[in-house]
Design a binder for this molecule. Structure first.
Ligand SMILES: Cc1cc2nc3c(=O)[nH]c(=O)nc-3n(C[C@H](O)[C@H](O)[C@H](O)COP(=O)(O)OP(=O)(O)OC[C@H]3O[C@@H](n4cnc5c(N)ncnc54)[C@H](O)[C@@H]3O)c2cc1C
Length: 553
């Protein structure tokens, strides 16, 4: 128990999130320290679990590290951090080899994995397990985590805020240190104290109404980091996937890029194939271009979707290559070997996030970030397909090792005394920061809907200054409303905190998008439609207490 009577949990390294990044970090950290891994619902619920297409890696005989780096940087539209990309591409090879050694049952052809093609890759370099690569990857990592004694897993544990010593550190002019998190376990707020903390909370697709992301992706990690004083970068760059399933009654579901990689064609409601008129690479053009083209065709034909057609391939091949897509669509009366697949764009991936260096360190001492919530700069303004799982494996490993080393550095008695003082200050601060929130669920749901609607309208595939300003005003109004609701000190609900998080994230995206007066990668401004390298070959940094600012690459 801490001084205020709240239960505590102590650990060396705390990892928040059970996607590929968090699981891989846990395995690396456990080689040097005791680890606690917490996750919002079950171990398997994550963006990673739903990943279909595969993992990009240089293993094919005609491929090179230089080519993969070039493809990644071309997709990133001039904003990739080349050092971080080089590290991901080269360290990715042993990370994927290790996954295979641990039992990942990817598809094989002779003595090599069967490589598939995806948009904007100059080589076939995507290793995969049918269309369920994420499930195979998490299964392998989860099994290993559960078999590792030094890793303690807490499911259904919702991280609220980071514990920091901001008050005393700022007064002394020192760097703020993170000491763990506050979390909700079985309806109780608890403190989980850690010598080092890794945020691996994944994406934020759920701030949009159309998305490929599962329910857990409400951007909690981005928001908690921002509130704790982390530097956030590239928040204007949200990737929209061109093909999410559009079927009455069906849940959010992705139709993998690999369907186009295997020859799938996009057609509009009039039966016209259209991608060639928008890009020389047709259906294999970069994602942002295919998403905008789909949206354009939907507007031109005044129809709520376009169609993906793979029916020219043999039925046996289709069902064997895409078993998950085939089974899921079948449940809604669609056979993809004979029927067209109705699709539309949806929010898919966040390129920006918590600013980290290649050692995954943030600007808070003791806080590391990896995976989708982090921004090392590997994706620049647009992510190359299948690079994300690779990023999780590489930077998850680095985060685990570095966080464990940092945690172990507390073993000297001087540092231990500092830790104790900082931790106590952090606990007092957090528990006094009235998190007893309450509203009736209806108005929370209404606020969530309002956030999603305004973002979709003005801060999605196509943006313009006027719309962005309108959304910013609406989000600021909603913030005031939410503040009023928060002032009622009755009860903390997860739904309430998720809504606060969604609003924080929406504000970061909108403010950054308004500032970038050009189009680049996934950020398209109809009022400034060209890329402006003279003025905008820079990144945008946003922090809680300051307006967004431009920083050099
Ligand atoms: C449908 C789909 C298909 C994709 N296909 C591919 C692909 O083929 N190849 C590729 O490279 N990428 C793909 N991606 C992207 C890729 O899957 C993700 O970017 C990547 O898996 C992110 O991994 P992560 O570990 O960072 O986060 P996630 O896998 O999202 O894990 C985040 C974890 O954090 C937990 N969490 C969140 N908030 C809290 C909280 N408040 N408290 C406690 N826990 C919390 C979540 O429950 C989850 O366990 C796809 C994404 C989707 C959605």
């Amino acid at each position: 128990m801490n001084p205020e009577g709240h239960p505590n949990w102590d650990t060396d390294v705390l990892i928040i999130g059970s996607g590929a990044a968090g699981l891989r970090a846990a395995l690396a950290a456990s080689e040097h320290a005791n680890v606690t891994l917490i996750t919002k619902t079950t171990l398997t619920e994550s963006n990673t679990h739903y990943a279909q297409g595969g993992i990009a890696v240089v293993m094919n005989l005609d491929d090179t590290i230089a080519l993969h780096i070039k493809d990644t940087c071309d997709a990133g539209a001039g904003l990739c951090d080349v050092e971080a990309v080089e590290m991901m591409v080269s360290e990715g090879i042993p990370r994927v080899a290790e996954l295979l050694e641990w039992g990942a049952n990817f598809d094989w052809e002779g003595t090599l994995p069967r490589f598939t093609q995806e948009a904007a890759h100059s080589r076939r370099r995507i290793v995969h397990k049918g269309d369920a690569t994420g499930r195979e990857t998490t299964d392998v990592l989860i099994q290993r985590v559960l078999n590792t004694e030094r890793i303690h897993v807490l499911q259904n544990t919702f991280a609220i805020d980071l514990l920091t010593d901001a008050d005393i550190a700022k007064a002394r002019g020192e760097t703020v240190t993170c000491y763990g998190v506050t979390a909700i376990v079985e309806g109780e707020v608890v403190c989980i104290r850690a010598r080092a903390t890794i945020l691996a909370t994944g994406g934020l697709g759920r701030v949009y109404p159309c998305t490929s992301n599962p329910k857990v992706a409400t951007g909690d990690g981005f928001a908690a980091a921002w509130r704790a004083g982390c530097e956030m970068v590239d928040m204007e760059f949200v990737q929209f996937h061109p093909t999410t399933l559009y079927l009455d009654g069906a849940p959010n579901f992705l139709i993998s890029e690999a369907v186009r990689g295997e020859g799938g064609k996009l057609i509009n409601i009039r039966g016209e194939r259209f991608m060639e008129k928008y890009h020389e690479k047709g259906e294999l053009a970069p994602r942002d271009i295919v998403s905008r083209s789909n949206q354009k065709e939907m507007e031109l034909t005044a129809f709520p979707c376009v169609y993906l057609d793979i029916t020219h391939k043999p039925a046996e091949f289709i069902h064997e290559r895409f078993p998950t897509i085939s089974d899921t669509t079948r449940r809604y009366g669609l056979d993809i070997s004979v029927d067209l697949i109705p699709v539309r764009p949806g929010a898919h991936f966040m390129m920006g996030g918590i600013r980290t260096n290649t050692d995954t360190e943030t600007n808070l001492k003791g806080l590391y970030a990896c995976g989708e919530v982090a921004c090392t700069g590997v994706h620049g303004a647009n992510r190359l397909a299948s690079n994300s799982l690779l990023e999780c494996l590489v930077y998850g490993t680095r985060a685990g090792t570095n966080a464990a080393t940092f945690a172990n550095s507390y073993q000297s008695s001087v540092i231990s005394a500092q830790f104790q003082e900082g931790f106590e200050a952090a606990t007092r601060h957090s528990l006094n920061d009235n998190r007893k929130l309450k509203t009736d669920d209806y108005s929370i749901e209404a606020i969530k809907d309002a956030i999603q609607e305004t973002l979709w309208e003005n801060v999605s595939i196509e943006r313009n200054g006027e719309g962005l300003r309108q959304t910013l005003a609406e989000l600021e109004d909603l913030t005031e409303h939410l503040e009023a609701v928060r002032a009622t000190p009755e009860m903390t609900t997860i739904s309430m905190i998720e809504t606060v998080n969604m609003l924080d994230v929406a504000l970061m995206i909108t403010r950054s998008a308004l500032m970038r007066t050009e189009s680049r990668g996934a950020h398209y401004r109809a009022d400034c439609p060209t890329q402006d390298d003279t003025n905008w070959h820079h990144r945008i940094l946003i922090t809680h207490d300051n307006s967004p600012e431009v920083i050099p690459l």
